[in-house]
Design a protein around this ligand. Structure first.
Ligand code: CTP
Ligand code: CA
Length: 225
């Protein structure tokens, strides 16, 4: 997997990266969201561009400037992110789903702002499932040999949870971040573990998001013809 600095090993390739976190609105001023910053996805986009790839970055609510030389498609909701990613993935060699996609969205959208009513408790917000974009893409690949990568944060038995998720999603690689206090990867230095559908395990030492991004592209490049 060794690679010379700045080597354009992704030249001629099209890669799609999703970044940020989706927001699921239930009235014109409110949404259900998450705390994903989008920084890991932007690091993936920048490093892929530096390695010669044509990059489409589907950015959900990141509020960051567009990286140079990258096609950025801004989206809001999970449904919009799905549409943008599937469209861009049509001719992509690899897709990396770094975005935090909301699992659920409000079942209803009020076109006017929801108001309090005197002396009344609030109505619960009913939710419905969002589509699983990663699983859908992995099950129905837009191109033969397309490499599909997911991200997951896990607690407790990180490796077992990660393996189960990798199998469930059907993707080629799953980057598992350990959250919480327990260090189940072994070394205290490990911040992430990349699990391969081929059984491989690549530990990623604690470090900048660029370093993790470079390792992801090393693993992707090794799986492209
Ligand atoms: N993902 C997706 N579509 C969804 C949910 C998640 O494409 N509706 C992708 C994420 O972008 C990520 C991967 O799936 O790359 C794993 O996300 P995660 O939330 O860990 O997976 P879930 O199947 O939603 O599992 P959990 O119940 O643990 O949240
Ligand atoms: Ca989820």
């Amino acid at each position: 997997l060794a690679r010379g600095a700045g080597e354009p090993d992704l030249a001629g390739r099209h890669v799609v990266v999703s970044a940020g976190g989706t927001r699921e609105p239930f009235d014109p001023v409110r949404f259900l969201g998450n705390r994903s910053s989008g920084k890991q996805g932007y690091a993936l986009a920048r490093t892929a561009a530096a390695r010669g790839a044509r990059v489409t970055l589907v950015a959900a609510n990141t509020g960051m400037p567009d990286p140079a030389g990258v096609d950025v498609v801004p989206v809001g909701t999970a449904v919009q992110l799905r549409e943008a990613v599937l469209k861009a993935a049509g001719d992509a060699d690899a897709v990396v789903m770094a975005a935090a996609v909301a699992d659920f969205r409000p079942a209803a959208y009020a076109t006017g702002k929801i108001k309090k009513k005197d002396g009344q408790e609030p109505e619960p917000i009913a939710l419905v499932r969002n589509p699983d974009i990663l699983a859908e893409m992995a099950a129905d690949r837009a191109r033969p040999g397309q490499v599909i990568v997911g991200f997951a944060a896990e607690t407790d038995d990180v490796v077992a949870n990660g393996r189960a998720k990798l199998a469930r999603k059907g993707c080629d690689l799953l980057v598992v971040n350990e959250v919480g206090e327990r260090k189940t990867f072994g070394s205290e230095e490990n911040e992430a573990l990349v699990l391969g559908a081929d059984g491989s395990e690549t530990p990623v030492p604690h470090g900048p998001k660029e370093a993790l991004a470079e390792i992801v592209w090393d693993l992707v490049a090794a799986r492209l013809d």
